[in-house]
Design a protein around this ligand. Structure first.
Ligand SMILES: [Zn+2]
Length: 371
């Protein structure tokens, strides 16, 4: 039987929770890592309908995109969302900005649905400093420790792997009364030929690398240091830019967007010219990347939540701008995530929630209204 932890680790393998932006709140937000899982419900948002469906169909885990906890919680009441989840034993994992930026995540899925080719990151940011981990190890164990650290993700630097630096020296220590030393006797100062092994380590790999040190190092108390390394920053790719196979007239492109994202309509600004080939996109609220879209040579930028002033910026830059909605631009990731989980965990029933729909409706007077 699979546990919540197995699913958490699987998502972590392609959209590391440690890569989420600083303001974010991702990972297991409610529940228990050790709980067994037989069915999973997926949704962009954990809304009322999704909660009801989870309770009615007795799922043990909900995976959502938007975190259900932002502010510090001051109380958990039985009737509130968290109380309901706890009472029905439902765990919740949120995969938010870590899923936005992951290959195969929110933005790649949006670009795929829009049929873009030659896809690349729209804005590549140096976002987070990496770490340097240095560990002192008896010299004869240095290579096995290095192998374990590399397997856990240490030593990556751009196009290079297994990067390390070693230096030799003598380590000494006095085992105290309760110690069970690998070498030496209690109360006697012992000296050992040691190697200092230093490796780069990305944030997402740090906990696995430390776990590897603790499991492989022969000492009862391995001595290691972790330094924040501001010289080596991790790259973060926000949004995607790519090309349409064939140039499209603006009106044809708008039809393409609404059809691909299955929406009743969208808001748009058309530049002079009005023929699109290069398309930038960012699921959710991506307006702040408009300038990057211009810089990337995009003819049009597709995103959601476009504010009033952004339309005027688009006019100034003479770039097309399409607001296809926050929900619709992010939602393509849900079916991809479901497929991925189902392939990995065949015994678990993975289902996109029936309530995974945008709450706001689009009113078209000609079509009337369904209440
Ligand atoms: Zn969002």
């Amino acid at each position: 039987m699979h546990k919540v932890q197995d699913i958490y680790e699987f998502i972590d393998s392609f959209a590391p929770f440690g890569s989420a932006l600083n303001f974010d709140n991702v990972g297991l937000l409610v529940g228990d890592m050790q709980k067994e899982v037989s069915s999973v419900l997926l949704a962009l948002d954990l809304n009322k309908a999704v909660l009801k469906e989870a309770i009615d169909s007795e799922v043990s885990l909900i995976i959502c995109h938007h975190p259900i906890i932002w502010e510090p919680l001051r109380r958990v009441e039985g009737e509130g969302l968290i109380g309901e989840l706890l009472r029905h034993n439902i765990s919740v994992i949120a995969a938010h900005t870590n899923l936005d930026i992951a290959p195969g995540g929110v933005n790649t899925c949006l670009a795929d649905v829009l049929c873009l080719v030659d896809k690349r990151g729209l804005k590549v940011e140096l976002a987070k400093p990496s770490y340097t981990v240095s560990v002192y190890v008896p010299t004869e164990h240095a290579s096995s420790l290095k192998r374990a650290m590399v397997a856990a993700g240490a030593g990556e630097l751009g196009n290079y792997g297994a990067c390390s630096f070693t230096s030799g020296g003598v380590g000494s220590f006095v085992p105290l009364a309760k110690a069970a030393p690998y070498v030496g006797e209690l109360g006697v100062e012992t000296s050992v030929n040691e190697t200092k092994l230093e490796m780069f380590c990305k944030r997402r790999a740090l906990s696995s690398v430390i776990a590897a040190i603790k499991s492989v190092h022969p000492y009862e108390e391995p001595a290691f240091n972790v330094f924040e390394n501001h010289g080596v920053n991790e790259e973060l790719s926000l949004g995607v830019v790519g090309d349409l196979e064939e140039s499209m007239r603006a009106d044809v492109f708008l039809k393409h967007v609404t059809r691909s994202l299955q929406i009743a309509g969208c808001r748009y600004f058309l530049p002079d010219g009005g023929v699109f080939k290069r398309v930038a996109c960012c699921g959710g609220s991506g307006s702040n990347l408009l300038e990057d879209a211009v810089r990337a040579g995009a003819d049009v930028f597709v995103t959601g939540d476009v504010g009033h002033n952004v339309w005027y910026e688009a006019e100034r830059y003479n770039i097309g701008l399409v607001d296809a909605g926050h929900f619709a631009t992010e939602n393509p990731v849900i079916s991809r995530l479901k497929k991925r989980l189902q392939e990995q965990f065949k015994a678990i029933k993975c289902k996109e929630a029936g309530g995974n729909v945008a709450l706001e409706r689009f009113f078209a007077p000609k079509e009337g209204i369904t209440v």
